[in-house]
Write a protein that binds this ligand. Sequence first.
Ligand SMILES: [Zn+2]
Length: 269
Amino acid sequence: MDNDKFFNVGYDGIDDELEQQKERKKKYQEGGGYGLRDFWMKIDEEDVLVRYLTEEPVVIDRHSFYVNGNWERPTCLGDEDCPYCKCPEEIVNKKRREGAHLLVDHREWETKEGNIYKDELKVGVWAASHIAGFRKDAKETEEGKLMREWKMTRTGTGPQTVYRLFPKKTEPVSEELKEAFKKVLSKFIPEWKQFKERRKLDKFPLERFAVAKTVAPLSEEEAQKLVDAYMASKGGGGGKKKDSGDKDTATKEQKQEPADLGDDEDYSF
Ligand SMILES: [Zn+2]
């Protein structure tokens, strides 16, 4: 199948995605934290300080459904092989176009185990309408760019959800933070290099690659498993549905891998 289509809107494609999925998932499950944590906000949360590290979103189509007590938001495989697309319409109807950005989340939060996180790199995924709103807010600033610091607010829920960005005096990223970000992104470097080599690309921002890898589709096999679990849970009572925007990804622990920093990487910060 043509995997490029997931990444073609706004970006060059990424090859051989599916065959790398198993490895990615395995690493994630083993605690390697291969993907980046999701960015999310509570309803009516105000003044969340964020910094955009990508100007354009990676565009995907995602399904969403509630299974085994969680909202699953798998990326559509985009062709006749997509098991979600073959599902009953309560799944298919929820497929929607979304955009993903790399952000720094400056909020501080604590895990159940007492680990404190702050200034984390995260991938924020929003519906196309929200992405368009962010762009509009950005255009109203002097720079006209999204890649800067903002205070973000969220009001409403479901279709009434509105996000707004308010410009903040943008401080340069400290050297300490730069090193921390590079360390996080460094785990994508081996595959990023292979990708550039295969495509004969001199430049393809590592940030974009990291976002695309994080939101990439599962393999068909993995997707089918998710669908099977959904089907098995139908009529079995299910759990109480919660607002999907409040999905707490904080339980997905990430373990830092040793940094393997080359000096040929082009970061945007
Ligand atoms: Zn699909």
